[in-house]
Design a protein around this ligand. Structure first.
Ligand SMILES: [Fe+2]
Length: 367
């Protein structure tokens, strides 16, 4: 592995590329195949981020023409927010092959070579549908994930259980913090009951149950105390949505409250959640017991249609509609002016906005 300046995070490439290319050739390759600006050439501490793409839920065996749409967006950063493949296996050879199928899809390599990439997982790339800490191959799966997303050999992510990670981009006054949660590795079993529209799960106020586990909660508190103007907390599952049988934070209400308390206790302004998982897109907002409205931009799926086509009940939904065809998210940050704005759009395959939410930084401060 090439030596990197202290504090420098590399662009993330799939494992098979990293093993056959030096960083120099990777950069040259990226320059040749993409006209998008390359964050790799800049120190992430000093370059402000203005455009972020995000998306989730890629069936690796199905066509994904949306990668070509995304590649024209000229983003600084792309966030893969979970279910990046449908591994659903205990067999790591099978999982590795499915990652290779993803990396071979038309447009995928050129997309992720066009800018900085960060990723977390959800249940299907973790390894099992709706899975948590009782998935027996979670440590092996973690290594597959880190290899595929080319996490360096000396990264702390290879020294600890779970794939949670965080970075801050940009100079003081224009800092974007990205916090990737791991909602799978440590998660306690969920309470099941009679199946509802969204699934079989019900809220459980058992204080022993956890979403993130002690170590990740401690780490998150440290991250939220770091200075930043905008903070994206990527949770693969919905944070703010109403429970309706599906997997979501509302199934562990004490953990959901713990998150809101932590945001308040750390005086962490600028928090917006990004989630995926659902195979539709919508915007939700929590306003109860929160220091300021906590928005959750749910963006899913990159290449699947939701079979039912109707969303579950969600009294916290603030978008006028939901969107159930292939889509991806765009965050545009306008750092100019006294009160910078963050605009989130869900875009369809033709890049048309279908859902939009604009917030100012003053919307995202304690009341
Ligand atoms: Fe999922």
């Amino acid at each position: 592995m090439a030596k990197r300046p202290h504090g420098y995070h590399p662009i993330i490439l799939p494992h098979h590329l990293s093993t056959i290319m030096s960083r120099f050739f990777a950069l040259t390759f990226a320059l040749l195949i993409s006209s998008a600006p390359l964050a790799i050439a800049a120190d992430p501490q000093s370059t402000s981020i203005t455009r972020v793409l995000f998306g989730s839920c890629i069936k690796q065996d199905q066509p994904a023409p949306i990668f070509a749409s995304m590649a024209t967006e000229r983003a600084d950063l792309i966030l893969f927010t979970g279910d990046n493949i449908y591994a659903d296996t205990d067999d790591m050879t099978v999982m590795r092959n499915k990652y290779q199928t993803l990396s071979g899809k038309p447009g995928f390599s050129s997309l992720i070579n066009s800018c900085t990439v960060m990723a977390t997982w959800d249940d299907h790339d973790f390894g099992v549908n709706d899975g948590g800490a009782d998935y027996p191959k979670r440590s092996e799966s973690q290594q597959e994930f880190l290899d595929f997303w080319n996490v360096p050999a000396d990264s702390p992510l290879r020294q600890r259980p779970g794939i949670y990670d965080a970075r801050i981009f940009g100079p003081a006054g224009k800092r974007l913090q990205v916090i990737l949660l791991d909602t799978r590795f440590f998660r306690s079993p969920l309470k099941k009951g009679e199946r509802r529209v969204g699934g079989p799960y019900y809220p459980d106020d058992d204080a022993e149950k956890t979403m993130l586990g002690d170590a990740q909660w401690r780490w998150l508190g440290q991250q939220l105390r770091r200075p930043a103007e905008v903070r994206l907390i990527v949770s693969s599952i919905q944070f703010a949505a109403q429970d309706a049988g599906q997997e979501c934070w509302a199934n562990l209400p004490l953990e959901q409250e713990r998150m809101l308390s932590l945001i308040g206790d750390t005086n962490a302004s600028g928090v917006v959640f990004l989630s995926g998982d659902r195979h539709w897109s919508e915007v939700s907002a929590s306003v109860e017991k929160t220091p300021y409205p906590i928005y959750d931009i749910t963006c899913s799926s990159l290449n699947q249609l939701h079979p039912r086509g109707t969303p579950t009940d969600n009294r916290y939904r603030v978008s006028k509609s939901t969107y159930h065809r292939e889509n991806y998210g765009v965050l545009q940050i306008d750092w100019q002016g006294d009160d910078p704005t963050v605009t989130f759009q869900i875009r369809d395959l033709e890049r048309n906005p279908v859902i939009e939410q604009t917030l100012t930084l003053s919307d995202l401060r304690g009341r």
